[in-house]
Design a binder for this molecule. Structure first.
Ligand SMILES: Cc1ncc(COP(=O)(O)O)c(C=O)c1O
Length: 392
């Protein structure tokens, strides 16, 4: 028995607010009946607003990984070349999916401490005179490192190289946290999931698809059945699905979209920006290093922190969990044991951040990690000074 609320400060799944829990707990209804169609339409239209697109959004009962697979199998053919960037653990996992599907991945190596370098992208595209590269796959917010790639800049480089490759973007830990514009940035497939900025439990995988992506899906030859967009987009027009949807998660999704609009998306983004800055101020005061090295790529939804040499991130996290009932994100892949991650996304406010950072600061002391005191205070000073809004 642990009294009080558990602090779920992994960077997803995130805390599910009571309003959404109540929406989820409604009785399941007939997904072929008239009441369902209006719920599905509200969910689909609401997602279009969140992705900033007028194109279709496809909802799968899946995790984000299903969304990755769907983006690839609907647009590409066996042996096609995909340009991807080793920005961290999730970019590497998406690469693995592509390789297993029989795609040729040109994987630009990275040090897991920054986002996609637009100059490298542009050179690769200019070198590809025969346009062998059929798609560029980028993780917008690399949850393992806390580095956010600049998608608008990536689009600009695709355009200046006049390269026709599709642009596929993972927005799993950025959607509804960090400003994102599917149409304006010319993204062809935006992949996402329910369990982060949308404040829902895991279980929905999303693809927002451009007209160009839909056109590519009619000639793409990778085998697909469950992930095929075409029956989904066709049935969704009437508010239905070709197979049983995750009905109760859709109840929750509708509630989440209403909540995001009640707060206002600009306010949602400003809130996440504030959390990111406050957290980094705490980390600096502790004298610890951020994993992300580029100032203009700092994530607003997750902060990854390097553990000092000789200190294990997983042991530290275990202490924090045992003592304070708070889950922090683990170092993943190459960063296992070397980092810990603070999730500050979704249903989260200033005092929850204050509690989270307090748990980290006390955990550092308990674990014998050398650190400077005053991180929490630095964050509180910032939060108090900037009020509810924070300049872009
Ligand atoms: C950026 C990113 N992409 C993809 C995934 C994979 O999503 P899932 O674990 O829901 O399959 C995650 C999971 O955390 C993620 O953070």
């Amino acid at each position: 028995m642990s009294p009080g609320r558990h602090f779920l400060q992994v960077p997803g799944p995130t805390n599910v607010p009571d309003r959404i829990l109540r929406a989820l707990s409604q009785p399941t209804i007939d997904h072929r009946g008239p009441r369902f169609a209006s719920i599905a339409r509200e969910a689909l239209e609401g997602l279009q607003q969140l992705f900033n697109t007028s194109s279709p959004v496809v909802i799968y009962p899946s995790s984000g990984t299903g969304g990755w697979e769907a983006a690839l199998v609907n647009t590409l053919s066996p042996g096609d070349t995909v340009l991807m960037f080793e920005t961290g653990h999730f970019a590497s996992l998406w690469r693995d999916v592509a390789v297993r599907l029989g795609l040729q991945v040109d994987f630009v190596p990275g040090d897991w401490r920054r986002g996609v370098d637009p100059d490298v992208l542009e050179h690769r595209l200019l070198d590809d005179r025969l346009h062998a590269i059929k798609a560029v796959g980028v993780v917008h917010n690399e949850t393992s490192t806390g580095a956010t790639s600049r998608i608008h800049e990536i689009r600009r480089r695709l355009d200046s190289a006049a390269h026709p490759a599709l642009l596929l973007v993972d927005t799993v830990s950025s959607l509804a946290c960090i400003d994102y514009r599917h149409d304006e940035w010319g993204v062809d497939v935006s992949v996402s999931g329910s369990q982060k900025g949308l404040m829902l439990p895991p279980g929905l995988g999303l693809n927002a698809v451009s007209e160009k992506a839909v056109a590519a899906s009619s000639s793409a030859k990778l085998p697909r059945s469950y992930w095929d967009w075409r029956p989904m987009i066709a049935d969704n027009k009437a508010g239905f699905f070709p197979y049983t949807p995750a009905t109760n998660l859709l109840f929750g999704l509708v509630e989440a979209i209403r909540m995001l609009h009640e707060e206002g998306l600009p306010q949602v983004f400003a809130r996440h920006r504030r959390f990111g800055e406050a957290t980094r101020r705490a980390v600096r005061a502790w004298g610890l290093d951020l994993v992300c090295l580029n100032h203009d790529e700092y994530s607003h939804s997750v902060t990854a922190v390097m553990m000092p040499d000789g200190h294990d991130g997983d042991l530290f996290r275990k202490r924090v969990l045992d003592r304070f009932d708070m889950s922090l994100g683990a170092g993943l892949g190459k960063l296992k044991g070397k980092t810990f991650r603070i999730g500050h996304l979704g249903d989260f406010n200033d005092l929850m951040l204050a509690g989270t950072l307090s748990g980290v600061e006390m955990g550092l002391a308990l674990s014998g990690v050398p650190f400077g005191h005053g991180g929490v205070m630095a964050a509180l000073d910032y939060l108090a000074a900037c009020g509810a809004a924070v300049p872009a």
